[in-house]
Design a protein around this ligand. Structure first.
Ligand code: SF4
Length: 278
């Protein structure tokens, strides 16, 4: 059996920046707080916890005047306001690509546009974008969601950076009829698109593909959904979920990862697979 590993496996630049930032911050401070896990990877999170990061599920649990980091997804406006009220020292590691959407949405809102955000309403990146629209927005995840969106004089469309490009185009086609003036911004992350394209190329070369990444990672799920329509596939978080029975009679296996998966985890999956074969 041959094993092919995607070249883009490992962190994207935004996640890498946030992890590096957290590590640097921990060198200068004994304790920092993070609302939710910085990435959905237990090994990375545990190392940071050992170095002094405390993960909380509510901003109220962060002691006043503490050091507080913002993850690559960004954070809702009301939470940032609370952080200021608590006089927290904020280390903002929001991905610059997500920050661009924030700037865009604020400007468009000021200019009187109704904002349509294509994405998953429960995703932290989308929640943060919504919070900048002064309630003048709607999140759309499927074309069906548009049925309840009223018509507006002028609307603007942005999209969650890690959304499935095909699903995005499908929704945009339907949106065109909603307003007299519509401005559509393609805010998909080009790194994510490159990774998806690589996943498709890999899927075309192999008989089976393993997608490594958090089960609640949006970009990993998108990659998995794309490749599984082409070839049998598995979405695993780490080697523990590898099932050797899946690889009997398989000639070529591909390994690809989501944007928040450390390279080490991909290497472990590769080594385990080699181990199974020997
Ligand atoms: S997937 Fe793209 S937008 Fe999201 S954190 Fe990574 S680089 Fe930034």
């Amino acid at each position: 059996m041959e094993i092919l590993v995607g070249k883009l496996a490992g962190f994207c630049s935004g996640v890498q920046r946030a992890i590096n930032g957290a590590k640097e911050t921990l060198k200068e401070n004994d304790k920092i707080y993070c609302l939710g896990e910085i990435i959905h990877n237990p090994a990375v999170v545990n190392t940071l916890k050992q170095d002094g990061m405390e993960v909380v599920d509510d901003i109220s649990r962060v002691p006043d005047r503490s050091k507080f980091i913002v993850r690559s997804h960004g954070l809702q406006n009301d939470i940032i306001k609370k952080a200021h009220e608590k006089k927290l020292q904020i280390y903002d590691f929001t991905c610059p690509k997500v920050k661009n959407i924030h700037r865009l949405v604020k400007e468009l809102t000021e200019d009187g546009y109704f904002i349509l955000i294509i994405g998953n309403p429960e995703h932290p990146e989308v929640k943060a974008i919504v919070s900048l629209t002064e309630g003048n927005a709607r999140v759309v995840e499927t074309p069906e969601d548009l049925k309840t969106v009223p018509s507006f004089e002028q609307s603007a469309v942005v999209v969650q950076t890690t959304f499935d490009p095909k699903a995005y185009l499908k929704i945009v086609k339907e949106i065109i009829l909603l307003s007299k003036k519509i401005v559509v911004y393609n805010t998909l992350c080009e790194e994510t698109i490159k990774r998806q394209k690589e996943a498709i190329r890999l899927a075309e070369k192999v008989d089976y593909i393993i997608v490594v990444g958090g089960k609640n990672s949006s970009n990993t799920k998108t990659i998995y959904n794309i490749v599984k329509s082409k070839v049998p596939a598995a979405h695993i978080e780490d080697t523990h979920e590898l099932d050797i029975n899946q690889f009997r009679n398989i000639q070529k296996v591909g390994i690809i990862s989501g944007a928040s998966t450390p390279k080490d985890v991909v290497k472990e999956v590769y080594s385990s697979l080699l181990g199974f074969l020997n």
